[in-house]
Design a protein around this ligand. Structure first.
Ligand SMILES: Nc1ncnc2c1ncn2[C@@H]1O[C@H](COP(=O)(O)OP(=O)(O)OP(=O)(O)O)[C@@H](O)[C@H]1O
Ligand SMILES: [Mg+2]
Length: 283
């Protein structure tokens, strides 16, 4: 039996207006249980790519295969069982009058039994930390919590892959990390996570693989440390690696740091280890 990747994007282009492509000749595979960040400046084509992947748009050219099956033969609702999608503006996905109904909606539509629905809604709300908000009116919640409600409703569907288009945009530090920690937990439990962000620190802290898009194309696809390690190549994309990575890079000229510093915590650990190895000194 051949092992098909979870997703295979094969020479995909999409044009909104039959004149100009918004994404062009995209080729990518995504395997189960990856944690992927897609980055690139405004208008690079990130959201267009995700909408093609989830069936909201259909490729103008090329094909998308989900577990080896051509997605053209799958309806949006069939695709949504494989790939949960949290849109760039999740408020557009909210319409029920309580958080519970919001999360239950698709399950009710799928004709699931009442008891099973209740269990799934409870589990999903638990995993986003909103158990206490079941009776609340979604628009009355904070922006971060509204995003979590949409994540919960996607989770309730049980899809193995979850795609989040800028899930943390416009949110404060704490909310950003809460949402990314939810994604991290889901990843730990075996789900595949693909997210778009303009926040490079979140990429460094959470993702394992980064896909850099520039002007309709995939410019680069690799391990986060490799992508952020090459500032020259990134320059044209106006992407600046997080300050901590740039600092580590500068220090590396003077101090024997490892190549894989991605976060403040990692740099701190390495500096402390070097200090300890240097033996009892003035410290
Ligand atoms: N509904 C639409 N109709 C026509 N053109 C569109 C539409 N949506 C996006 N585009 C164009 O397609 C290109 C890619 O847009 P897209 O929204 O995919 O970029 P993005 O990388 O998600 O940007 P951002 O970081 O701002 O969200 C842009 O040139 C944009 O103007
Ligand atoms: Mg976008």
């Amino acid at each position: 039996m051949s092992m098909e990747p979870a997703i295979r994007i094969d020479h995909v282009s999409y044009s909104y207006d039959s004149e100009n492509n918004s994404i062009e000749d995209i080729n990518l595979t995504i395997e189960d249980n990856e944690f992927v960040a897609i980055i690139g400046q405004n208008g690079a084509g990130k959201s267009t790519l995700l909408k093609n992947l989830t069936g909201l748009l259909r490729p103008t050219r090329g094909e998308i295969y989900i577990r080896g099956k051509n997605a053209r033969a799958m309806s949006v609702s069939v695709i949504s069982r494989e790939i949960g999608f949290v849109l760039q503006n999740p408020d557009r996905q909210l319409f029920a009058s309580t958080v519970y109904d919001e999360v239950a909606y698709a399950l009710v539509n799928a004709g699931m039994r009442q008891e099973e629905i209740e269990n799934k809604v409870r589990e999903s709300l638990e995993s986003v930390g909103l158990s206490a908000a079941a009776d609340m009116f979604p628009p009355a919640l904070s922006k971060g919590d509204r995003a979590k409600v949409v994540i919960a409703s996607v989770l309730a569907m049980g899809s193995k892959m979850i795609i989040l288009d800028e899930p943390t945009s416009g949110q404060d530090y704490r909310s950003c990390h809460q949402i990314m920690d939810i994604a991290k937990n889901l990843h730990r439990m075996g789900r595949t996570i693909v997210f778009v962000t303009h926040n490079m620190s979140l990429v460094a802290e959470y993702a394992k693989r980064t896909i850099v898009m520039m002007q309709k194309h995939v410019l680069w696809d690799g391990r986060v440390e490799d992508v952020f390690g090459c500032e020259e190549e990134l320059a044209g994309t106006h992407i600046l690696p997080p300050q901590i990575i740039r600092l580590a890079r500068q220090l590396r000229g003077e101090i024997p740091l490892e190549e894989t510093v991605l976060t403040v915590a990692e740099l701190g650990e390495q500096l402390l280890a070097l200090k300890r190895a240097a033996g009892p000194g003035e410290g």
